[in-house]
Design a protein around this ligand. Sequence first.
Ligand SMILES: C[S@@+](CC[C@H](N)C(=O)[O-])C[C@H]1O[C@@H](n2cnc3c(N)ncnc32)[C@H](O)[C@@H]1O
Length: 186
Amino acid sequence: MSGEHSVYQPAEDTWLLIDCVSQTQLSGLVVEVGSGSGEVSRFLAEKGAEVVAIDISYAAAEATRSKCGPFLSRVHVVLGDKLSALRPSERITLIVSNPPYLPSEGITDRAIYSGPTGAEFIKDLIEESTPFLEKKAKLLTIASTLSSPEAITEYAADKALQVTRKSSRRLFFEEITCYELSKATE
Ligand SMILES: C[S@@+](CC[C@H](N)C(=O)[O-])C[C@H]1O[C@@H](n2cnc3c(N)ncnc32)[C@H](O)[C@@H]1O
């Protein structure tokens, strides 16, 4: 499905997403887009959630399956492209993603590079998530100052989505932030 690359190992952005997830009430079905090593999906499963863990990389899907071994009765690992395998449903209450967000002219590693601005993957994810948010799901996603986060928040606002900055961490070259997106209340 994709050119195979090494599986992304948990890093600061992984821990930031887990930190935000830990502050979120879990119910229904939680979807992780880009599950990588499986660390986030495992955390979700340990908290009792039923999880659909999606990754486009076969090696990552295998790593997720292995990491979530004791919880495979409630972690469904899917080899797929973002949310394309799923239909919007009220059962899906939360979508979480630590997406590839680094800018690059050529995609040499799909685990980290998104496209020329770095915002391409997140914009596509917001687009695909919108029908799920219409059904009251929330999207938690990580963005970096290296990938024009204003473009992402403006894009979400254009789609009439409510954007909340949940938590940030300053790293050596960048600041990473976890955003929560939901359908704006009228
Ligand atoms: C930055 S890594 C995050 C991995 C893990 N969730 C974590 O936080 O440590 C991004 C992941 O997204 C996956 N990915 C890239 N493009 C994808 C796509 N179109 N659909 C699903 N997953 C994708 C990559 O294979 C990679 O595992």
